[in-house]
Design a protein around this ligand. Structure first.
Ligand SMILES: [Zn+2]
Length: 131
């Protein structure tokens, strides 16, 4: 288990989608390699990460980038597990909590658009298995 590094991998707002995922994935692998070498590991067997449904990150693109970026690293051949974190918002008007599919969703109870996103915007490295 590793401590999360908040803010490191999320809230990048670029329109260059594939490049975006590629650099996020590179970042992720660098973090994993750093932790693995500190732990004296010779190989990374699997990496688990969380992707919020409102993070703007495309999981398929991450999986593709992962295969590309792990080539020649100690994470080559590692499996990637992605945990999808459903987005939840809270209405500022009536304080109702609701599932959010889009950033523009309204409160199902009172129809207000003033929702604070409680979770679902994050993308983070969660844990990994090493040898
Ligand atoms: Zn409401």
């Amino acid at each position: 288990m590793l401590n999360k590094k908040p803010g490191l991998l999320h809230n990048c707002r670029t329109r260059e989608k594939s490049l975006h995922e590629l650099s996020l994935t590179q970042n992720l692998i660098e973090i994993a390699e750093e932790h693995a070498s500190r732990a004296g590991a010779s190989a990374i067997k699997s990496i688990t990460m969380k992707i919020g449904t409102l993070s703007g990150v495309i999981p398929d693109a991450i999986e593709f980038a992962f295969d590309v970026c792990t080539k020649g690293t100690i994470a080559e051949g590692a499996s990637l597990e992605i945990l999808h974190i459903p987005a939840v918002g809270q209405c500022r008007q009536c304080l109702e909590e609701c599932r959010m599919e889009n950033l523009t969703d309204a409160c199902p109870l009172c129809g207000s658009f003033a929702l604070d996103i409680l979770r679902g915007q994050e993308m983070s490295f969660t844990e990994m298995e090493i040898d």
